[in-house]
Design a protein around this ligand. Structure first.
Ligand SMILES: Nc1ncnc2c1ncn2[C@@H]1O[C@H](COP(=O)(O)OP(=O)(O)OP(=O)(O)O)[C@@H](O)[C@H]1O
Ligand SMILES: [Mg+2]
Length: 471
């Protein structure tokens, strides 16, 4: 166990708290027990003093001799292990147990105590420093009353050492049990901390280190529902998203390589054919034309990629101004006329008013509209219909691009926004990269706007709609 480890810190803290509590308990118990022990002694002395009192009264009445009193005192002294002296009303010793014979006829109670005793009160002195009895004595004074008359006192002394000797044993038991309790509780705390904290944390730590080294599939399995369990769950979620990111990165690289390789391969083929003379002279121009188209495609692909990465890195800044979206739509439709004619499409443009002014980046919105109309043309059946419309809704302008043709499945609806996603790979491979819609969506979200796609059920088709802020 390391000095700075969590478990040692916790163990120290808990042990300190428990130790403090236990010490307080021990002190309270000791004090309480000492009190209890002295009270027991006092009760015992009280009981025996009654016997002596009775004999003293007999002597007082002349029914007994002082010798009888002495023998009772002696007998009691032996049975309870205390020295006993009986005094008269002035505090002068008149009788005693054998051990205290030397005190007879001397004043053994000072006058202040005699006054107290006269009122019938007994006096307990737990640390008696009495000239007559010596230091460190437990001294108990008990008045002897005959009716209302104070006729003397009984003084009982026990060396404190004797009483404390019995207490010491109890103290030892108390402190030893507290020490044992402390050790046991520390061991329990250590194991509980270890099981609840240290082992799971170590698991997470190991997993994090492995993750840092690239083991992305690694997960932590902790079943507890507490904060540590939550931490493990968060760790797993993080690992999952890292795995997802890593998967995307790999896919992206392979997609990009693939998209770059096919035009380069064909360009290389044509040029090699021309250089080797395999392609006849009169066909050279034709193949150079195809190569030029491929290069244009490559340029577009690279531009798209640069755009996307700029947008994803948040580096693309919009140049927002007041623009006429109707004008942009007309402009894009005209620029795509060639393709429309090739597929013999019927294009319907239904615009709200002559002009519809919105806030946006002109070049970027041209890119959006171009991509959407290009898609509509590309995915429309021959002789099909395309409809482009604008309308206002509150402070928004809604722009829709519709084409008839195949509808999208639910899965496609979510994936078409992903980079390089192409649903019909064979049909569109030559002219698609699958970057159009992700770019469109990025541009619109930079504008703070949205784009969505719906299937038209009546005359089957797909309709893309996006919003812009009117000005
Ligand atoms: N109007 C549409 N009708 C049916 N499917 C569509 C339509 N527009 C997009 N899609 C589907 O969404 C996919 C992604 O479109 P996106 O514009 O991102 O890529 P692309 O058109 O294939 O390639 P690019 O636009 O880069 O040339 C398309 O491959 C197609 O499957
Ligand atoms: Mg497209």
């Amino acid at each position: 166990m390391k000095k700075n480890s969590l478990v040692s810190k916790l163990l120290m803290t808990f042990t300190l708290i428990i130790a403090t509590c236990l010490v307080v308990i021990a002190i309270v118990l000791s004090v309480w027990f000492e009190n209890y022990h002295f009270n027991q002694r006092k009760q015992q002395l009280d009981l025996q003093a009654a016997l002596i009192s009775k004999e003293r009264i007999n002597v007082y009445n002349g029914n007994s001799q002082l010798e009888d009193l002495s023998s009772v005192a002696n007998y009691v002294s032996l049975s309870i292990g205390a020295d006993i002296v009986v005094t008269d009303y002035r505090g002068v010793a008149i009788s005693s147990s054998e051990s205290k014979q030397s005190l007879l006829r001397t004043q053994i109670i000072d006058s202040k105590n005699v006054e107290d005793l006269k009122s019938g009160k007994s006096i307990e002195d737990r640390n008696g420093k009495n000239r007559a009895f010596g230091d460190s004595q437990y001294v108990y004074y008990k008045p002897i009353m005959y009716g209302d008359t104070f006729i003397g006192s009984i003084v009982m002394t026990t060396p404190l050492e004797q009483i404390k000797g019995q207490l010491k044993q109890v103290y030892t038991i108390i402190w030893v049990s507290i020490l044992v309790a402390l050790v046991i509780s520390s061991i329990i705390i250590y194991y509980v901390c270890d099981r609840l904290l240290i082992i799971p944390l170590a698991k997470i730590n190991t997993a994090a280190k492995r993750l840092a080294k690239g083991d992305i599939e690694n997960r932590v399995y902790i079943r507890s529902k507490d904060e540590i369990g939550e931490l493990a769950d968060s760790f797993n979620t993080m690992a999952e998203s890292l795995e997802e990111v890593e998967k995307n990165r790999r896919e992206f690289i392979s997609n990009v390589s693939h998209e770059l390789r096919s035009p380069i391969t064909s360009i290389k083929g044509f040029i090699a054919g021309i250089l080797d003379g395999i392609i006849p002279l009169e066909k050279e121009k034709y193949y150079l034309g195809i190569a030029y188209e491929e290069i244009q495609r490559l340029t577009r692909l690279i531009n798209d990629l640069l755009d996307l990465s700029a947008m994803e890195a948040g580096k693309l800044k919009l140049n927002v101004s007041e623009i006429n979206i109707n004008e942009i739509i007309r402009h894009c439709t005209i620029s795509l006329e060639q393709k429309i004619k090739e597929k013999r499409l019927k294009v319907d443009v239904v615009l709200e008013g002559q002009n519809l002014y919105v806030a946006g980046d002109r070049d970027r919105l041209i890119q959006v509209v171009n991509n959407l109309i290009d898609n509509a043309i590309k995915y429309c059946n021959e002789n099909g219909n395309v409809k482009i419309s604008t309308r206002s809704k509150g402070n928004k302008a809604l722009i829709s691009v519709y084409n008839d043709g195949a509808t999208l499945t639910e899965k496609e609806k979510t994936y078409i926004w992903d980079r390089f996603y192409k649903s019909d790979k064979s049909r569109t491979n030559k002219v698609s990269t699958g970057l159009g819609l992700p770019i469109v969506r990025h541009i619109l979200s930079l504008h703070g706007e949205d784009i969505w796609v719906e299937n038209k059920t009546g005359d089957k088709g797909v309709i893309f709609t996006f919003s812009l802020k009117k000005v």
